[in-house]
Design a protein around this ligand. Structure first.
Ligand code: THU
Length: 135
């Protein structure tokens, strides 16, 4: 599946977004190593803090279905600016993807740019750091 096809799926997922508070619709499409695509959208909550982003929705769905290996992720947002994963999502993703994982970031006009995960989060906090702590 090419980047544009994956982005098209993410664009369609914007319609599923539950975002009555921000009005900012985000769709995500995650290509898994087994060639399946798992989708997600942002799901907001009146507590605000209980909101979950589209990217984490897709990953939580995939991981809870037993998938562990991922190829690339497309994100599409309802705004004019390209949508980038937030810091919490980047940290969450870093648990499951490596530096070469591809992230395709799109806007409401179908424009997009593709990044390596290491470009978006070059100094990921990982278990490597924790394991080096003296006990
Ligand atoms: N949002 C995402 O879905 N992904 C991100 O990476 C950034 C933010 C959502 C959360 C909230 O529903 C809305 O965008 C505005 O912050």
């Amino acid at each position: 599946m090419d980047n544009k096809q994956l982005l098209n799926i993410a664009e369609g997922m914007r319609e599923k977004s539950y975002s009555p508070y921000s009005g900012y619709r985000v769709g995500a499409a995650l290509l898994c190593a087994d060639d399946s695509v798992v989708t997600g959208c942002n799901v907001e909550n009146i507590s605000y803090g209980g909101t979950i982003c589209a990217e984490r929705t897709a990953f939580v769905k995939a991981i809870s279905e037993g998938k562990r290996h991922f190829s690339k992720l497309a994100i599409s947002v309802s705004g004019e600016e390209l949508g980038y994963p937030c810091g919490i999502c980047l940290q969450f993703l870093s648990e499951f993807v490596g530096a070469e994982f591809e992230v395709i970031c799109g806007n409401n006009k179908g424009e997009y740019k593709s990044y390596l995960f290491s470009e978006l989060l070059p100094f990921a906090f990982s278990s490597k750091s924790v394991n080096r702590v003296e006990k």
